[in-house]
Design a protein around this ligand. Structure first.
Ligand code: HEC
Ligand code: HEC
Ligand code: HEC
Ligand code: HEC
Length: 426
């Protein structure tokens, strides 16, 4: 009798367990979308689309190249230097002065990598880390060796840009990250990505690519400079501590200054901003929930949230669509104005140092001080300019960073002038 009760108790518990797993795993109770297991290594989004048509339709919209509703950003492939001529001077002597375009949708990532005029025969595999869903398999096969393999050897094997498997585990459809550099950067901070909550994953999937990074010399490993923190000053302090030559991205031909090129720190900038601190995830704004015949699903058109103010913003904000649009535009206009001022002041610092260096009586030590000030000034301008939201992700911090850039660039000019006039006095 007791045996029977225990037995049926166990049977009941097993049944209940199966039921719960099936509901949570296969039929997410929240969205009612049936999960289908897709084999690892299938990267063609059309294959995934057979099981998930709504998400696939959204993904295909990433090929649309509409201008941004705010007038900043957008998906057209325009050269940034047209709007901000200081780029030509500030990036002189390196690839970004030849070709530096506005970003486009995820399906273009490989095409744009193939077409960029910044590619040279020396470009290595590290560059494809954030451009293809195949990175997971490649890293599994080769480890970090892929990063120093010439890109020209790897490109013919790359068929798929950023697709579903960059963000989803194909078996469960749970969110996942696959960029090894991101996983390592978080591990160094004591964070195990595998244990992240769903809410954290809604930003981590983006943070694996939309970040500042550099390639380690020799190995070309992709590294995020996060050991001291994610703010511009902290990342600069990280680079400043590296041995001479380590951070020498390129030497500016006019000012002979060892420069750093900033990448796109969307994740870092967001993380200390109003929304990041309040736990509002990238996906909350950029992949809002939509409805189709009563079913709730995530928009997979990863674009400007200002196209979907109702779904992206008004889930939390009670203000009108026009009010929210006006706030965003006001922030962006102020940031754009300061960014132009910082960029052109930095350009003038390159000129002032070049002029001082050409004077035979220049004080060399003072000139080096001017160069260090310029290196920092340009980094502070660039880390904002390379960010994609024109300040919206963190208005207060971004304006502070640009303010520091202008101040440092003026100090660089004054120091360069002094380097000449001081020696004249001798
Ligand atoms: C850039 C990252 C990213 C890419 C690429 C991506 N997704 Fe998603 N997907 C998400 C996020 C974020 C969610 C929301 C998950 C959550 O909140 O748990 C999501 C949710 C889903 C869901 C759950 C239901 C829903 O809509 O919320 C399905 C199904 C899905 N995606 C399918 C796809 C398919 C199919 C593709 C490729 C055509 C794809 N995803 C590409 C990030 C991505
Ligand atoms: C595997 C790397 C990767 C992941 C993951 C990723 N992105 Fe991107 N994203 C890129 C690259 C690279 C581009 C630029 C592509 C180009 O210009 O060819 C881009 C472009 C964009 C754009 C510009 C689109 C346009 O039409 O101008 C937005 C917005 C964006 N990403 C947001 C996100 C958000 C939000 C997430 C997370 C849900 C995310 N990305 C996840 C690498 C990634
Ligand atoms: C509170 C909402 C919100 C959150 C959260 C948010 N963004 Fe944005 N993002 C915006 C707005 C608004 C813009 C400016 C869009 C415009 O000018 O049309 C923007 C712009 C961008 C762009 C440039 C789009 C373009 O057209 O070129 C990228 C890329 C981007 N965000 C990525 C991210 C990433 C990655 C995260 C998380 C780390 C994130 N965003 C978090 C609201 C948000
Ligand atoms: C998940 C909730 C949530 C979403 C979605 C959200 N916000 Fe916010 N937003 C907040 C919170 C919380 C604050 C800070 C406290 C407050 O003002 O209520 C804030 C503050 C703001 C501020 C003032 C502070 C600043 O940084 O300028 C603006 C402007 C703003 N949001 C605009 C937007 C826009 C535009 C969108 C859509 C693209 C959006 N928000 C989406 C929650 C959200």
């Amino acid at each position: 009798m007791i045996k029977k009760i225990v037995f049926s108790g166990i049977a009941l518990a097993v049944l209940l367990g199966v039921f719960i797993v099936a509901r949570v795993w296969l039929f997410s109770p929240e969205d009612g979308i049936k999960r289908v297991s897709i084999p690892e290594g299938v990267h063609d989004p059309a294959e995934w689309g057979k099981a998930y048509p709504l998400q696939y339709q959204g993904y295909l919209k990433n090929r649309e190249m509409a201008p941004s509703p705010t007038g900043f950003g957008g998906s057209e492939k325009t050269q940034k230097a047209v709007m901000e001529p200081a780029n030509l001077m500030n990036f002189k002597g390196m690839g970004f002065s030849k070709d530096y375009t506005e970003d486009r949708g995820h399906p273009y990532a490989l095409e744009d990598l193939r077409e960029t005029e910044r590619l040279t025969p020396k470009t290595t595999g590290a560059c494809m880390t954030c451009k293809t869903a195949q990175i997971g398999g490649i890293f599994k096969d080769k480890g970090w060796a892929y990063a120093r393999t010439p890109l020209t050897d790897l490109l013919p094997t790359l068929k798929h840009p950023i697709t579903c498997s960059n963000c989803h585990d194909p078996k469960t459809m749970n969110l996942r990250v696959m960029n090894p550099a991101f996983i390592e950067a978080l591990a160094k901070k004591g964070i195990d990505v595998r244990k992240a909550s769903r809410a954290e994953m809604r930003s981590y999937v983006c943070g694996q690519c939309h970040v500042e990074y550099y390639f380690e010399p020799e190995t070309y490993r992709v590294v995020f400079p996060w050991n001291k923190g994610l703010q511009p000053e902290q990342m600069y302090a990280y680079y400043a501590e590296k041995p001479a030559g380590f951070t020498q991205d390129w030497v500016h031909p006019d000012s002979q200054t060892k420069m750093l090129k900033a990448q796109h720190p969307d994740y870092e900038t967001w993380s200390t901003g109003t929304h990041g601190m309040a736990g509002v995830a990238c996906a909350d704004c950029h992949m809002p929930f939509l409805r189709e015949s009563g079913r709730k699903y995530s928009s997979h058109w990863v674009t400007s949230p200002m196209r979907t103010v109702e779904e992206s913003c008004r889930t939390c904000h009670t203000q009108s669509k026009d009010w929210l649009m006006a706030r965003v535009k006001t922030t962006q206009r102020h940031v754009w104005d300061m960014q132009l001022r910082a960029g052109s002041t930095v350009s003038r610092a390159h000129e002032a140092i070049a002029k001082a260096a050409a004077d035979s009586r220049v004080n060399g030590a003072e000139l080096e001080n001017a160069r260090e000030l310029l290196r920092r000034a340009q980094w502070y301008w660039d880390i904002v300019s390379a960010e994609n939201s024109m300040g919206f992700h963190n208005p207060a911090q971004v304006l502070n960073t640009l303010g520091q850039s202008v101040d440092l660039a003026h100090q660089a000019i004054a120091t360069a002038n002094r380097a000449v006039s001081a020696s004249h006095g001798k």
